[in-house]
Design a binder for this molecule. Structure first.
Ligand SMILES: NC(=O)c1ccc[n+]([C@@H]2O[C@H](COP(=O)([O-])OP(=O)(O)OC[C@H]3O[C@@H](n4cnc5c(N)ncnc54)[C@H](O)[C@@H]3O)[C@@H](O)[C@H]2O)c1
Length: 313
């Protein structure tokens, strides 16, 4: 039997990620009930207003009449077709939230967690709604970046994974279904690998945050946004392709791996990052920086749309 389409979503937790999801859903004709223990409607509205110009430019203006803030997670989840959870990255907190909403969770309602790195198996263990819990990890800002990593846990029902994938696709996202659970999923792990070396080089005084940002924007980040690092390796091997590249540069790359750092994100790392961001922002507020980012991302998304990737999974 075909599933009913998702028409209403409960958003639990409306910080950076949750509020951006609200904007995205409300721009796609989805009814949204939002609950956050601290953020009020004005705070969420400010994030939505920031996201609105980009969403309108993408052909999906935000309909503010579609979202409403409610006073409990139970009220948000009651009658919802889908739940997007964006509470802090804390396993116990997420599990407590899931347990709390279980009595009102519909039998075909999926709880999709935005978690950056927790595994669905850990989040669902022993809960009555375990079959409906999975990871739906977006990339900031969810109102613009299409990717959502979808990962089920040991007890997630296959239908729930399929429903999440279908729903994300229906609202214009690019779901990537991942069959094996690992901390950090797949793509966020890659980010974590980059972050590790980035923090290491900043702490050691090898590079400044501004150097790293410029380097990534004008170098690898630019080409990764259109061909990806694996295909890039293939092209870097010339006509002989990726095997030649790996034969040629593989031993050198392996030797660099031995020098990669194992930093901790201590006060020194935090101070250096904060100072770098103060210099790089040059007085621009976070809202202004987000608006600049969104405007530029529109161009990249347009380029991707005009040049669809062959062989997508
Ligand atoms: N920031 C990112 O780049 C990013 C990207 C992808 C995924 N995520 C994931 O999204 C989730 C939320 O992260 P964020 O960056 O939006 O954090 P955030 O700190 O901006 O927002 C968290 C929100 O959760 C609320 N909250 C506190 N306790 C809660 C509870 N018990 N139940 C529900 N909400 C509660 C807070 O009031 C706050 O508004 C995390 O799991 C994180 O790993 C973050």
């Amino acid at each position: 039997m075909a599933e009913e389409p998702v028409r209403s979503v409960a958003v639990l937790g409306a910080g950076v990620i949750g509020a951006s999801w609200v904007a995205m859903f409300a721009a796609r004709g989805i009814q949204v009930r939002v609950w956050d223990p601290q953020c009020g409607a004005a705070q969420i509205q400010a994030v939505i207003d920031g996201a609105a110009p980009a969403l309108a430019a993408m052909g999906h203006p935000v309909d503010n009449a579609l979202w409403t803030i409610v006073s409990s997670p139970i009220e948000a989840v009651h009658g919802a077709d889908f739940v997007q959870e964006n509470a802090p990255e804390n396993l116990a907190m997420k599990r407590a939230l899931f347990q709390q909403v279980t009595p009102v969770l519909g039998p075909r309602t999926v709880i999709s967690s935005s978690t950056s790195g927790l595994m669905a198996s850990a989040m669902q263990e022993g809960l009555d709604c375990a079959d409906r819990i999975l990871v739906g990890h977006p990339f900031n800002p969810p109102h613009m970046v299409p990717l959502v990593e979808v990962v089920g846990g040991r007890d997630t029902a296959p239908w729930a994974v399929e429903r999440a994938v279908e729903f994300y696709r229906a609202v214009g996202k690019h779901p990537l279904k991942i069959d094996r659970e690992v901390p950090g999923h797949v793509v966020d792990r890659l980010q974590a690998a980059l972050f590790r070396e980035m923090i290491h080089m900043i702490r050691e005084g090898i590079a400044t945050p501004e150097m790293i940002d410029q380097g990534m924007i004008y170098g690898p980040g630019l080409r990764w946004s259109v061909i990806g690092p694996c295909m890039q390796m293939h092209l870097s091997g010339g006509e002989a392709g990726v095997r030649h590249l790996l034969n040629h540069l593989g031993p050198a790359i392996e030797s660099w791996w031995g020098h990669l750092g194992q930093p901790t994100i201590d006060d020194r790392a935090k101070d250096l990052m904060e100072e770098g961001m103060r210099r790089e922002a040059g007085g621009r507020s976070v809202a202004e920086l987000c608006a600049e980012r969104d405007k530029a991302l529109l161009g990249v998304l347009k380029a991707l749309e005009e040049n669809p990737r062959p062989g997508e999974v």
